[in-house]
Design a protein around this ligand. Structure first.
Ligand SMILES: NC(=O)c1ccc[n+]([C@@H]2O[C@H](COP(=O)([O-])OP(=O)(O)OC[C@H]3O[C@@H](n4cnc5c(N)ncnc54)[C@H](O)[C@@H]3O)[C@@H](O)[C@H]2O)c1
Ligand SMILES: [Zn+2]
Length: 662
């Protein structure tokens, strides 16, 4: 390769790497997996090895990845938070061993798991936690003290009042907590994190530490950055010291004297990794003795006394036996591939999401195909691609009805997913109920997700209508529900029966019908039956309701389950009429004439009121006039109205026609 060619390649690679660094470190939402990233990085390293003149301080190989965000205050790291150099083969590990031996003679190594989370520093004064920060670019990080404080496994007070201590560790999310969070995010219609590492990073770097607190993070502490009043001589000694102070240190590590032992332990950790409840993306090999570490020193980016070994993602071939369709809690249908079981990174894999029809088509997947499976982010298996079709391979198409309830499904414009729209679909029940009771919908105080979940589990709720038939004794069976709170809950349910119609319409969860559209529909059609009977034209002609909403309303009311649900809500005594007259159109098509002086309203005010409700105000009385609103000193217009037999009303009567909320 010529220098010029190398320079171009260098530019391209460093641009790509910088882009992915931004996605990964700053946005916590990578687009490629670590393995692919590592390949780009290694190509850059190779080019720089061949053409050292290309290396600048700006090169991604010379900088620690992250960048402090200005939403947090900066923290200057007194001791730089370095990265680690990666090895991908036994040969590279042997090279590392040789370099170390050349410099220090006979080293002792410690081999630990490499936790895949977010690197942080925590500082203690007199044994009390005072400050925490992210690694950032290694020199300057972000102040995340309040966020770190919410992590239970990080001690806030040490067992000894050490005058000053700074430690380094990795914040992570257990797989159990990750799956729990992903389920919650799905329920709330949020975009779930791709893997536990992003979940940990995204949860920790929250401006609002209360969000962090809800996220169940953990930490392993593996290094003493600075300490006063104590002399430490080796890594092993410092891990013991940290443990005694109350820190969670790596749950296992091994002392090795030869590279053979090191490689054996690296292999063992590799086999173990699928069985752990936290993600590891490698093993770290460290020189134990601090005096030897000092002799080895550091490069601009990482210490020469440590090396990370990265396990390649495991890939295996297997056969796609069939595709099941799962209905999520948002009603989205997801095709799930069922495979001949294979061992991948320590666990047996037989299922993987195929996401949606587009994914299946892009990859050309057919039932019966031989495919390559990979475990991404160490926990979620994925299909990399098709190896070959077999004789009996069959193309797959998504069903047109919901596999859970049989209702027709719809694919919304611009969306990859198809959804079931049935308001009583059992798969979506929980989410529907939570929405139904929420503040902007039926506003049932005390009926939150936890209570609803218990009621569903006990089979006491299988439709929103069931809420209105709940008995106090049934509520008393729930956790932490005493007499008083059961009474309150029953009262809140009861109160919600009197809600205005728009709340009910919104609560039904009709696709595309938000609170605003619910208000417009309620005001225009006045009753649930009015909406039920409305034709598409009538629906679409309401200002603010477009064709899409009209279609969606029509589809929703055409479902037999909808009629059934509304029937039961009616039986329960839930209000089905519009109670407010805010900008409704009850005077649609009516013409008014104002005459004389009205007792309270000016002409302008009266006109505004009539127009607000869809009426027209005209200057002269004719046969087409519907009402003449007459005040004091009405003259010829009143006479004319009487002659033509047009209804004459007073201001008071006009107001009565509008009800209270005019
Ligand atoms: N997918 C993407 O787009 C993307 C982008 C950027 C970076 N990445 C990933 O991040 C890696 C580079 O990130 P990096 O510079 O933070 O390096 P790194 O994560 O590979 O290694 C350094 C880190 O390991 C952590 N660590 C975990 N356990 C440890 C232990 N027992 N002892 C010491 N340190 C331990 C430390 O906190 C340290 O910050 C890449 O190799 C890639 O895997 C991915
Ligand atoms: Zn369904």
């Amino acid at each position: 390769m010529e220098l010029e060619e190398a320079r171009q390649l260098w530019h391209r690679l460093s641009e790509q790497i910088s882009y992915h660094n931004q996605k990964y470190y700053v946005e916590d939402s990578p687009e490629i997996d670590d393995f692919e990233y590592d390949e780009l990085y290694r190509r850059l390293e190779q080019i720089e090895g061949q053409f050292p003149e290309l290396v600048t301080p700006e090169s991604p190989t010379q900088k620690v990845g992250g960048e402090a965000l200005n939403k947090f205050s900066p923290v200057i790291h007194a001791i730089p938070m370095e990265s680690l150099h990666d090895s991908f083969s036994g040969q590279e590990m042997k090279d590392f061993d040789r370099r170390v031996r050349a410099a220090v003679g006979n080293p002792t190594f410690i081999v630990e798991p490499k936790f895949d989370g977010l690197s942080v520093s925590a500082e203690y004064r007199d044994g009390v936690f005072v400050r925490g920060s992210t690694r950032g670019d290694g020199a300057v990080g972000e102040d995340i003290t309040e966020n770190l404080r919410t992590i239970r496994s990080l001690p806030k007070k040490l067992t000894q009042p050490i005058p000053f201590l700074e430690v380094r560790g990795e914040v992570y999310m257990s797989h159990r907590s990750f799956f729990k969070l992903a389920a919650l995010q799905e329920l709330e219609g949020e975009k779930p994190f791709k893997n536990p590492r992003n979940a940990a990073a995204g949860s920790l770097r929250q401006k609002n530490a209360r969000i962090t607190a809800a996220r169940e993070l953990d930490i392993f502490v593996f290094n003493v950055q600075q300490v006063t009043g104590t002399e430490l001589h080796s890594h092993k000694e410092s891990l013991d010291f940290l443990k005694k102070l109350g820190f969670a240190v790596p749950p296992f590590y091994r002392t090795c004297n030869t590279i053979e032992e090191v490689l054996e332990e690296v292999g063992r950790i590799g086999e173990l990794r699928g069985t752990l409840d936290y993600s590891i993306d490698g093993a770290v090999v460290k020189v134990d003795s601090f005096s030897q570490r000092q002799m080895l020193g550091s490069t601009a980016k990482f210490p020469r006394w440590a090396e990370a070994f990265k396990y390649p993602p495991e890939e295996k071939q297997t056969k796609l036996l069939r595709i099941e369709v799962n209905v999520g809690r948002t009603g989205a249908l997801t095709p799930i591939g069922i495979f001949e079981p294979v061992e991948l990174a320590g666990t047996t894999v037989s299922r993987a999401t195929l996401h949606n029809q587009d994914f299946i088509e892009e990859k050309g997947i057919r039932v019966g195909d031989m495919v390559v499976m990979r475990k991404a982010g160490e926990i979620i298996p994925e299909v990399v691609g098709v190896v070959c079709h077999t004789e009996d391979s069959q193309p797959f198409t998504m069903p047109e009805v919901c596999p859970s309830c049989g209702a027709p499904v719809v694919r919304e414009e611009g969306e990859a997913a198809v959804r079931c729209t049935n308001p009583e679909c059992p798969a979506q029940l929980l989410r529907h109920l939570i929405h139904f009771c929420s503040r902007d919908a039926m506003d049932i105080d005390g009926m939150g997700p936890a209570v609803i979940e218990q009621l569903v589990e006990k089979h006491l709720l299988s439709s929103p209508a069931d809420l209105y038939f709940l008995k106090k004794e049934q509520i008393l069976e729930l956790d932490r529900k005493g007499e008083k709170s059961a009474d309150n809950l029953i009262a809140a349910i009861d109160r919600s029966k009197a809600n205005d119609l728009y709340r009910l319409i919104f609560a039904l969860g009709i696709p595309h019908v938000g609170q605003k559209a619910a208000k417009l529909l309620s005001a225009r059609f006045r009753t649930i039956d009015g909406i039920f009977q409305a034709e598409e034209d009538a629906l679409a002609s309401v200002e603010g309701i477009g064709g899409i909403i009209a279609q969606s309303v029509l589809q929703f009311f055409a479902l037999s389950n909808t009629a059934h649900l509304i029937g039961r809500l009616k039986d329960a005594g839930v209000n089905m009429s519009c109670l407010t007259a805010v900008s409704d159109s009850r005077f649609q098509g009516k013409t008014f004439v104002l005459t004389g002086t009205l007792p309270n309203l000016s002409r302008a005010q009266a006109t505004e009121l009539i127009e607000k409700h869809g009426g027209k105000v005209s200057g002269s009385v004719s046969k087409k006039t519907d009402y003449v609103v007459a005040g004091e000193d009405s003259g010829s217009k009143l006479t004319k109205a009487n002659q033509l037999g047009v209804a004459v009303i007073s201001e008071h009567e006009l107001e009565e026609m509008l009800g209270e909320n005019s």
